[in-house]
Design a binder for this molecule. Structure first.
Ligand code: ATP
Length: 300
């Protein structure tokens, strides 16, 4: 089953919800959403190597915030793929995770790690799985895993698993800011006052920076008011992004990470340097979003 490549070094992209409307709640308690999501070049990194026995290690700035046992989504993804593919005897692998994304922060780090492991292992083990089967295994790990498997601009509906690609969506300059706080997704959803909001308006016909910014102005992140009430520092992160010149700023997912939109990658970089100098303890990253054409998860 050796694929010929000894070490696979893959990207696990951050997921940014540019807009997120909560449209209802299912009988099983899951919330229905409509979200426009993009994925950034900045993210975690995953290395997969065939080994004598299974191993898992974590390094990076946010390593201490993730579990090392089989509750880690990386390990869950490995085990789920082995089991679902009927491959209990698939060769052992050493998986190394570089945790660059803040944890429990609304950028889907765990889901993205899981998606990257599914992709990387499917190649390493040379599995003949189609996208739908991979997405089904992903969904068993978390509602956001299927979208992280695509890592391309998309609109997600349902619990986040009904995906429509948005071809032609441009690469956006983004600055991600987290004031060093973790937010529990469940706590934010529980604190919602309205759950039956209208869906997203139709996307503008022309997908340029200005039309996208204007469109964002008429959308919301319905989780933001609840998250800000739980963690007021989110409001501070948003005002810092606005002061640094963001054309638009909003919280991603259930927070607390916020994004600022910038017209070019260079302007985003300058803003990030400025924010970092004022808030050296915060997580601050300048990055660009992936387009439908960018090579998601790309091997280094
Ligand atoms: P979402 O935006 O999908 O709600 P998030 O960014 O808010 O996700 P994650 O960083 O994915 O949240 O972490 C959620 C929980 O999952 C944390 O409590 C963390 O302990 C656990 N977890 C397990 N594996 C991982 C992983 N590889 N990376 C991050 N968190 C993980």
């Amino acid at each position: 089953m050796d694929s010929g490549i000894t070490v696979r070094a893959l990207h696990a992209h951050a997921k940014i919800n540019l807009a997120l409307h909560v449209t209802g709640r299912r009988a099983d308690g899951y919330h229905m959403i409509e979200t426009l999501a993009v994925f950034t070049r900045f993210g975690d990194r995953v290395e997969i190597e065939l080994a004598d026995s299974d191993g898992f290690s974590v390094s990076g700035r946010h390593a201490s915030a993730v579990p090392l046992d089989d509750s880690n989504l990386v390990v869950k993804a490995r085990d789920a793929l082995r089991q679902r593919a009927g491959l209990q005897h698939a060769p052992p692998v050493a998986i190394r995770l570089e945790k660059n994304l803040p944890v429990a922060s609304g950028v889907g780090g765990g889901s993205s790690d899981a998606a990257t492991v599914l992709r990387g292992l499917a190649e390493t083990w040379r599995l003949d799985l189609d996208e739908a089967e991979l997405a089904r295994i992903g969904l068993s790990l978390g509602a956001d895993v299927p979208m992280c498997l695509t890592a391309k601009p998309l609109i997600a509906r349902g619990v986040g698993d009904e995906l429509s690609a948005v071809p032609g969506f441009p690469a956006l300059g983004l600055v991600l800011v987290n004031p060093g706080i973790a937010v529990s997704t469940a706590e934010v959803f529980n604190a919602l006052s309205h759950r039956d909001n209208e869906g997203l308006p139709p996307l503008p016909r022309s997908l340029d920076f200005h039309s996208i910014r204007n469109w964002l102005e008429i959308t919301r992140n319905d989780l933001e008011p609840a998250a800000r009430a739980i963690q007021p520092a989110i409001g501070k992160a948003l005002s810092v992004l606005n002061k640094a010149g963001a054309g638009f700023a909003r919280m991603s997912g259930s927070g607390a990470t916020c994004f600022g939109l910038f017209e070019t990658g260079n302007v985003a970089k300058r803003a990030a340097v400025d924010i970092r100098s004022r808030h050296p303890d915060w997580f601050v990253a300048a990055t660009r979003s992936m387009t439908s054409e960018t090579d998601a998860h790309g091997q280094d």
